[in-house]
Design a protein around this ligand. Structure first.
Ligand code: AMP
Ligand code: MN
Length: 336
């Protein structure tokens, strides 16, 4: 018996009216887990409001239930309980939620090691490949049948958060659960076609501009070790690039992987201009450099190999600060 969800299940049994929330700038795991919980609750006759501060990215609008997501909580509630999924900090759930008067008891279900346990009930499992994997476990523990619509959402959550089963998070558990979700009705090719082979041309125009900002920085002292020394690769995306191409901000999600994907590069960084002298910093590492730890130092969070935060300052300032810390941690971690 899976006891981890006992308190969460108690809330489900006690309540009638639920709120389900996930983080700002939602990606596949956020949207899939959110809708997985909402559809599971609705399937057993509960009232579930699904809320995201930001819009559902176009790529995920096909997910069953996506059309029911609301983006304002004005006048909403009171709720018996709120399920927060895939989110390490309350503030990342967005202003609408933070200002909500009566969210009820908050059940925090997440897989970020940096989660600060903001819930009244906290189920934090850093070994889980995706929050979607935990929603799968919750459904099993609560005896809620996973119907086709729930399966599609949870499959997308696991598939996207493991980088299509390429990352170290792609454990045998992740494969087994994904396999079960396919058995329950998720169709891999149909989903892949919609998520990975369906990009608007303006995204490629944006990518072209972003790739032209590529900077490869030698991380070893003095760079004396030439090609064999570890490297940091940076990319930049500005508001002006979004304006010029007409691309939406979530269309730069994933571009940071092009930086990490370069031979000899240990850490890839994408700086995305989000406001006047403000940048969202996304980091991806290959091995021993813990970017979640670096992110936490800047008030953000994430996973060992994928983390992010927001920082104020000019691009020059932000880049210099971030690169300096990464270099320091890289030298310590890689012993160069
Ligand atoms: P991203 O670079 O936005 O794709 O995020 C990579 C990972 O870091 C994800 O697991 C995010 O949940 C986490 N993350 C990104 N930005 C923040 C932030 N400002 N605070 C906490 N965690 C973050
Ligand atoms: Mn996740």
């Amino acid at each position: 018996m899976d006891k981890r969800f006992d308190k969460a299940i108690e809330e489900i049994q006690k309540g009638k009216k639920f709120l389900v929330v996930s983080h700002v700038s939602p990606e596949g795991d956020a949207v899939g887990s959110l809708l997985g919980v909402a559809l599971a609750l609705r399937s057993i006759g509960k009232d579930a409001t699904a809320y995201l501060e930001d819009p559902v990215p176009d790529l995920f609008k096909f997910l069953p239930g996506a059309e029911t997501v609301v983006h304002s909580l004005e006048g909403a509630g009171p709720f018996d309980a709120t399920f927060a999924v895939d989110c390490g900090q309350r503030e990342r759930l967005g202003k609408g939620f933070v200002n909500l008067k009566a969210p009820g008891r908050v059940v925090n279900i997440d897989h970020h090691a940096t989660n600060d346990c903001f819930g009244d009930v906290n189920v934090i499992v850093p070994d889980a490949s995706a929050a979607g994997e935990l929603v799968y476990d919750l459904c099993k523990a609560a005896d809620i049948p996973i119907n086709r619509d729930i399966a599609v959402n949870l499959y997308v959550a696991i598939h996207t958060d493991t980088g299509s089963f390429r990352y170290s998070s792609a454990t045998s558990e992740a494969f087994i659960k994904a396999g079960e979700l396919v058995r329950l009705g998720a169709e891999p090719w149909d989903i892949s076609r919609r998520v990975y082979e369906n990009h608007p041309a303006r995204k490629y125009k944006l990518l072209g501009m972003v790739l032209s900002t590529l900077d490869i920085i030698d991380a070893a002292n003095g760079g004396a070790e030439g090609n064999h020394s570890p490297k940091i690769a940076t990319l930049v995306v500005t508001k002006d690039m979004f304006r010029q191409t007409g691309a939406e901000k979530d269309q730069a999600d994933g571009f940071v992987n092009y930086a990490r994907g370069i031979e000899g590069v240990d850490v890839g960084v994408l700086f995305r201009e989000t406001g006047q002298e403000e940048y969202k910093v996304s980091m991806r590492s290959k091995g021993d450099v813990d970017v979640a730890e670096i992110s936490q130092g800047f008030g953000g969070g994430g996973h060992r190999n994928a983390a992010g935060f927001t920082m104020k300052g000019s691009l020059d300032f932000v880049k210099t600060e971030v690169v300096a810390i990464i270099k320091e941690r890289m030298r310590a971690a890689l012993k160069v």
